[in-house]
Design a protein around this ligand. Structure first.
Ligand SMILES: *[C@@H]1O[C@H](CO)[C@@H](O)[C@H](O)[C@H]1NC(C)=O
Ligand SMILES: *[C@@H]1O[C@H](CO)[C@@H](O)[C@H](O)[C@H]1NC(C)=O
Ligand SMILES: *[C@@H]1O[C@H](CO)[C@@H](O)[C@H](O)[C@H]1NC(C)=O
Ligand SMILES: *[C@@H]1O[C@H](CO)[C@@H](O)[C@H](O)[C@H]1NC(C)=O
Ligand SMILES: *[C@@H]1O[C@H](CO)[C@@H](O)[C@H](O)[C@H]1NC(C)=O
Ligand SMILES: *[C@@H]1O[C@H](CO)[C@@H](O)[C@H](O)[C@H]1NC(C)=O
Ligand SMILES: *[C@@H]1O[C@H](CO)[C@@H](O)[C@H](O)[C@H]1NC(C)=O
Ligand SMILES: *[C@@H]1O[C@H](CO)[C@@H](O)[C@H](O)[C@H]1NC(C)=O
Ligand SMILES: *[C@@H]1O[C@H](CO)[C@@H](O)[C@H](O)[C@H]1NC(C)=O
Ligand SMILES: *[C@@H]1O[C@H](CO)[C@@H](O)[C@H](O)[C@H]1NC(C)=O
Ligand SMILES: *[C@@H]1O[C@H](CO)[C@@H](O)[C@H](O)[C@H]1NC(C)=O
Length: 834
């Protein structure tokens, strides 16, 4: 052997042993056993593993610094390498593919793409994605496109009907056996799409239709719970993909189809815990088709299964023996088929619909994209004899069913309204009342202005001449009129608003603040520095100057002017006016001598000045301010950035909520979604908002809960002190409260001068406000009642969703989009790439 070759062999061997972790696999550097490929921030790791010393070796990806770790992806699921094989390698082949070769140089697994490149490299991303890229760093293949049994955040599960490619999760065969098991999870290509899990080829569980913010069939994820799930369907591209976000890799969690066939959402919280499971082990109704065709499963009923109204068990014997899979049969045939026959339709009663509330809608719906409202949906269904049921869901549209109605579940809340077609006689309503009912439905619809096509009117008039048509028409008329009135009033309001605020000229503000002299600077607020000033007349002001480099400013500036000018409450900061001249945009507020709450609360000397009495009054004040925002003001407003530094204090230490740059108007119990941009402050964001961009008044309640606990303890929720034993203030407070040591949370600076029952009540209420499920949090009117002791507190549940642990290294600010920096906390904007 030539000496130099020998030398280089020794050298490369030496290198291989030296570098037990590498950051990429290239043609010149394969991955050998005893080596691992790690992601840049060392979150994920790829290498050879032996499940439970099974005598088989696989190449897989797992979490690097978590114990117990978990394998989230396996390359050679069906072709393990023998345990004794010490020389298997993962390398870039001559054809540019990433290949796994066993000791005999047989290809065990390959990325198997045709694009040829001599400069391929394989890298592992911090999201756990193994990427094969070509010489120009273009991605040629990624493991995210070939999921194993685990769906990681930002990974997609679904189907592309154009290419026929399915990205399904396929379970392991057993706990310790990564080969393909019998359970599969995936997304259907129908509209609206659904998530399924299958046992072989038969459905095991079904999510119900996606209504653009949640699945109709998952009652625990109703409008008020709000997850970070998303299902995107593109009819043009033929794709339906489900994914979930994780707030920039800031928590460890995944969705998995287990080897026993359960779809589980698992989160790391000092150990892996199952956060959600389907089918739910406690709910037999979750299992697909438990009650058979035309059967309804009701988990709250002792018999569980019942037949739809107008149906009876197919086989009484089987049914009462407890075998309900045969389902039910129609009691009385529909009239529809016969109405076209010679028998005049006047003598044959038409079919009717039985209304069923709070349902998990049946499987196999047909979506009618051309039908715009419920009335039209109903008449379409009535016209088509094969239509067995329909449902109109605002966020989806018209769905009709023409196949057996299966997998229907009765919820106590949540769910949607299903209309099931029955022969009129079966519906049990006499003809006369039916007419009246349908007429009143019509008039209700008109009153709500849902729109009515003109050609309908003469027909109705002809048909129901005797039935007070003039009154109907009149109500249409007034409906239109009142709409005009509303518009006019809105216009008037706009003009009034403008006149209520003072428009300052720049000179007077420059004069008042001494040219924005640094010595007048009070601090840095939401999107710019704030200066103290004294106007000509001696009136003191605080002027917030929009930094010209803040990028986002103008929208938030306008938003703040618009909202706050209409709000007046003693616990909200007053806006006097504004100034826009050239580049300058300035908001002028009342001046509050005591600055903001954080200047006291988190200062080791100042915090002693806040007695319990003062703190309690501050809490009550903030609660009243929020209640006003949510309920009592002329607008209804969600603040969205409630935090200690946004609470200002006047000379009497009365709290005033400030900074309305991110606030949004809402209506009723509306839930708003903004998955594009999540803005707010870490530590104060509710899980549904941080994960899914979904916010409602309950997101403010969550922030208020955090605020309360901070005011009681003088500790920041996201303080690094907690990273040892406790993740954050919330888990700390929860533990103390559970152990009956709630008072230990109290700031020691207050000594004994407080009412224990008041403090305990506040802690309990704080915990109640930070519940994971928005529905479990009280609204602000309840909070105000509970604070005053006029209402009892329900028992809080453990807040598990402590993703705020991520303050160490996992969450970073993205400066290129919108970043708000405020006095001492960082407000983060997240933009999701979708
Ligand atoms: C692979 O990693 C080495 C250092 O570990 C680096 O020099 C090289 O640029 C990387 N190659 C690619 C394609 O990322
Ligand atoms: C890998 O490590 C094991 C034990 O640490 C050792 O027996 C084996 O020889 C190593 N293999 C290689 C290829 O370095
Ligand atoms: C390996 O599997 C066996 C049988 O499945 C089980 O009894 C044992 O506890 C497992 N060992 C480990 C280390 O997981
Ligand atoms: C590789 O792809 C070709 C076609 O693209 C297919 O015929 C072949 O079976 C694939 N091989 C493996 C190992 O997947
Ligand atoms: C890639 O490799 C092939 C054969 O190994 C060679 O013919 C070709 O010139 C190479 N291309 C580049 C760009 O190096
Ligand atoms: C899956 O299907 C098989 C065969 O049909 C059955 O024996 C098994 O019990 C099913 N498993 C589950 C979890 O439903
Ligand atoms: C349940 O009933 C169906 C028909 O209704 C029958 O086909 C099936 O075998 C029955 N299953 C059991 C376990 O009895
Ligand atoms: C409809 O017509 C079929 C035959 O044409 C008949 O068997 C059935 O009883 C009729 N149904 C009703 C409800 O009249
Ligand atoms: C009736 O409904 C079925 C199933 O949805 C559909 O295939 C058929 O075209 C419809 N018939 C009419 C006349 O619209
Ligand atoms: C939403 O789900 C929660 C938790 O299951 C439940 O308590 C609440 O009542 C539901 N709310 C609605 C409006 O369905
Ligand atoms: C997410 O994390 C990456 C890696 O640290 C960072 O570059 C990026 O700016 C972060 N994005 C956001 C929105 O925080």
């Amino acid at each position: 052997m030539p000496v130099h070759l020998c030398f280089s062999l020794v050298l490369s061997l030496f290198q291989a042993i030296q570098c037990s972790t590498i950051f990429n696999i290239t043609a010149s550097r394969p991955l050998v056993q005893n080596q691992t490929l790690v992601s840049p921030r060392q979150i994920f790791e790829l290498g050879f593993f032996r499940p439970n010393e099974s005598g088989k070796q696989y190449v897989g990806i797992w979490y690097k610094n978590i114990n117990p770790s978990r394998v989230v992806w396996v390359a050679n699921r069906d072709k393990p390498i023998g345990d004794a094989d010490q020389s298997a390698t993962l390398l870039i082949g001559g054809d540019g593919n990433l290949k796994l070769l066993d000791g005999q140089q047989n290809t065990v697994w390959s990325t198997n793409i045709t694009a040829k490149s001599n400069y391929s490299a394989a890298l592992l991303s911090d999201y756990g994605n193994l990427v094969l890229q070509d010489g120009s760093a273009d991605e040629m293949w990624q493991s995210f496109d070939e999921p194993a049994d685990t769906l990681l955040p930002n990974m997609k599960m679904g189907v592309n009907v154009k290419t026929g490619k399915r990205q399904n999760l396929i379970s392991w065969k057993g706990e310790d056996d990564p080969s393909f098991g019998r359970f599969v999870a995936g997304v259907t290509s129908e509209t609206p799409p659904q998530v399924f899990s299958w046992n072989g080829s038969s459905p095991r569980w079904r999510s119900g239709q996606w209504d653009k913010s949640k699945f109709i069939g998952i009652s625990t994820i109703n409008t008020t719970y709000l997850s970070g799930y998303n299902l995107q369907q593109s009819i043009d591209q033929g794709t339906s993909y489900f994914s979930f976000s994780d707030y920039n890799n800031s928590f460890f969690g995944y969705l998995i189809i287990s080897s026993e066939g359960s779809l589980k959402f698992v989160l790391w919280n000092d150990g892996w815990s199952t956060y959600w499971e389907a089918p739910a082990p406690t709910n037999q109704c979750d299992v697909y088709g438990t009650c058979g065709p035309f059967g309804v499963c009701d988990p709250s009923s002792s018999t569980m299964c019942r037949c739809l109204k107008g149906f009876k068990p197919r086989s009484d014997e089987e049914w009462y023996r407890g075998n309900r899979t045969g389902g039910c049969l129609r009691d009385m045939e529909l009239n529809c088929q016969n109405s076209t026959s010679a028998v005049a339709s006047t003598t044959v009663e038409k079919d009717m619909f039985a209304r069923m509330n709070s349902m998990k809608l049946p499987d196999s719906a047909d979506y009618l994209s051309s039908v715009a409202d419920k009335e039209e949906c109903q008449s379409w269904c009535l016209r088509n004899c094969s239509c067995l049921a329909f449902s109109f869901v605002d966020t989806i549209g018209c769905m009709v069913w023409s196949r057996d109605l299966i997998d229907i579940q009765q919820f106590s809340t949540a769910g949607e309204v299903l209309f099931v077609r029955l022969a009129a006689a079966d519906a049990g309503i006499p003809m006369k009342t039916k007419l009246v009912i349908s007429l009143s439905t019509i008039s209700v619809i008109i009153l709500f202005g849902v729109g009515i096509s003109v050609w309908c009117l003469p027909r109705w008039r002809g048909k129901f001449r005797k039935m007070k048509i003039p009154r109907l028409l009149k109500s249409v008329d007034t409906a239109y009129k009142s709409e005009e009135l509303v518009a006019a009033r809105k216009e008037q309001m706009k003009q009034e608003d403008a006149s209520e605020l003072v428009v300052y000229d720049l000179d007077s503000i420059l004069l008042a603040t001494d040219n924005f002299n640094a010595k007048n600077k009070l601090g840095t607020g939401g999107f710019g520095p704030v200066y103290k000033g004294k106007l000509n007349g001696g009136k003191e002001i605080a002027a917030k100057r929009l930094s010209s480099n803040s990028g986002q400013g103008i929208a938030e500036f306008k938003n703040e002017i618009l909202l706050i000018s209409k709000l007046q409450h003693r616990n909200l900061v007053r806006l006097f006016g504004y100034c826009t001249e050239g580049e300058e945009k300035i908001l002028v507020y009342e001046y509050l001598p005591n600055k903001s709450l954080d200047a006291f609360l988190f200062d080791s000397k100042e915090k002693a000045k806040l007695s319990w009495g003062t703190r309690f009054r501050i809490i009550q004040g903030i609660a009243r301010g929020l209640l006003y925002l949510h309920r009592d003001s002329c607008l209804r407003v969600i603040h969205r950035d409630l935090k200690v530094s946004n609470i200002l204090l006047d000379e009497k230490m009365n709290p005033k909520i400030s900074d309305f740059g991110l606030a949004r108007m809402f209506e009723g119990t509306q839930v708003l979604v903004n998955t594009h941009k999540v803005v707010g402050t870490l530590g104060y964001m509710s899980p549904e908002y941080a994960m899914g961009g979904i916010f409602s008044e309950k997101s403010d309640v969550y922030s208020f809960g955090v605020l309360m606990l901070e005011i009681i303890s003088s500790k920041k929720n996201t303080s690094p002190d907690y990273l040892g034993q406790h993740l954050n203030l919330l888990t700390y407070a929860w533990q103390l409260w559970c152990e009956g040591r709630g008072l230990d949370l109290m700031d020691e600076a207050i000594a004994d001068a407080f009412s224990p029952s008041e403090v305990i009540r506040c802690i309990e209420l704080g915990l109640l406000c930070v519940q994971d499920y928005a529905a479990d949090r009280p609204n602000m009117s309840a909070v105000v009642l509970m604070l005053s002791g006029q209402s009892d507190l329900p028992q809080p549940k453990q807040p598990t969703f402590t993703f705020q642990r991520s303050t160490t290294h996992k969450v970073q600010i993205q400066p290129k989009e919108e970043t708000f920096l405020s006095r001492n906390t960082i407000t983060v904007t997240m933009v999701e790439g979708r």
